[in-house]
Design a protein around this ligand. Structure first.
Ligand code: ATP
Length: 240
C-alpha cells in the first residue's frame, strides 16, 4: 500500500521544552492508522505538528510526496488534511447547522454530502437547529468529526474521539469511523481505548517520550499478548 503521510526524524519544541524527539511515522493510504501512547507521550503534539500548528524544529513531513514541513496551517488544510482536536473545536454558542456552514470552506454544503453525514451521525439531523453547547458529549464529538468531513478529505487526524464517552456512544462512534474509513478518507486516530483501536486500525504506532517506540500491523499486536504486555504501561492502561 502507498504511504500517504510520512514523518522522518521530526522534532518539535514548545517554548524551551523539547517535546518530539525524532518521530518516524508512516500512515498508509486508506483505512485507519492508530497511534497509542500514555498521557503526555506527545501524540497531540504530533497531530498539531503535522497540521502546522506547531512548527517542526527538525525533520521532514511529507503528504502524498509533497514536503509540507514548512507550510502554514491553511495551506496544509487545502491539501486535504483535516484535524479533529481533543477539545473538539466546535462553536458552542452556534447551532449545529451554523457550525457545519462555517466548516464548509466553499461556503455551501452539498446536500448529498449532508445526507451522508446525517446517515453517519443521525443525532446531528435531529438537533440541526439546536445550540451545539446543549448537545451531549457524544453528540458534540459527532459534530466535531462531521465538521472535518463536510467536504471530501484525503486525511483526517482525530484526537481521542471516545474520551469520556459512554460505551453505547463509543460503539456508534466506532461504527461511524469504520464507515468513513471505507471511503477515500484515510484516518490517523489517536486513541486510548484499545478495544476501539483494535477494531478499527490496520496499523498501529506506539509513542513514548516523544518518539515512536513500536510500529506494525494492528493484527500482529492484537495477536501478541506478550507484546501488549510489554507496551501496556506505555499505552494500553486504559484499554477495556
Ligand atoms: N503548550 C505547551 N506548553 C508546554 N508544554 C506542553 C504544551 N503542550 C504540551 N506540552 C507538553 O508536551 C508533552 C506532550 O504532550 P501531548 O499533549 O502531545 O501528549 P499526548 O500524548 O497527546 O497526551 P494526552 O493524551 O494527555 O493528550 C507533555 O509533557 C506536555 O506537558
Amino acid at each position: 500500500m502507498r504511504d500517504l503521510l510520512t514523518l522522518e526524524g521530526v522534532h518539535t519544541h514548545i517554548a524551551q521544552y523539547h517535546i518530539l524527539q525524532g518521530v518516524d511515522l508512516t500512515v498508509p493510504e486508506g483505512g485507519v492508522a492508530v497511534m497509542l501512547g500514555r498521557n503526555g507521550a506527545g501524540k497531540t503534539t504530533t497531530l498539531r505538528t503535522i497540521m502546522g500548528l506547531w512548527g517542526a524544529s527538525a525533520g521532514t513531513i511529507r503528504f502524498d510526496g509533497t514536503d509540507i514541513t514548512r507550510l502554514d496551517t491553511p495551506a496544509i488544510a487545502r491539501l486535504g488534511i483535516a484535524y479533529v482536536p481533543e477539545n473538539m473545536g466546535i462553536f458552542t454558542d452556534l447551532t449545529v447547522r451554523e457550525n457545519m456552514i462555517l466548516a464548509a470552506t466553499g461556503g455551501a454544503m452539498e446536500s448529498a454530502r449532508l445526507d451522508w453525514i446525517f446517515a453517519l451521525f443521525p443525532p446531528l439531523k435531529t438537533f440541526w437547529d439546536k445550540q451545539a453547547g446543549n448537545l451531549s458529549g457524544g453528540q458534540k464529538q459527532m459534530l466535531s468529526v462531521a465538521r472535518a468531513v463536510i467536504e471530501p478529505r484525503r486525511l483526517i487526524l482525530i484526537d481521542e474521539p471516545t474520551k469520556g464517552l459512554a460505551p453505547a456512544i463509543i460503539k456508534s462512534m466506532t461504527a461511524a469511523l469504520a464507515e468513513l474509513a471505507k471511503t477515500d478518507t484515510t484516518i490517523l486516530l489517536v486513541e486510548q481505548n484499545f478495544a476501539m483501536a483494535r477494531s478499527l486500525g490496520q496499523t498501529v504506532s506506539v509513542m513514548d517520550d516523544g518518539r515512536i517506540v513500536h510500529s506494525g500491523d494492528m493484527a500482529a499486536l492484537a495477536a501478541d499478548a506478550g507484546l501488549q504486555e510489554k507496551l501496556m504501561g506505555l499505552s494500553l492502561e486504559a484499554h477495556q
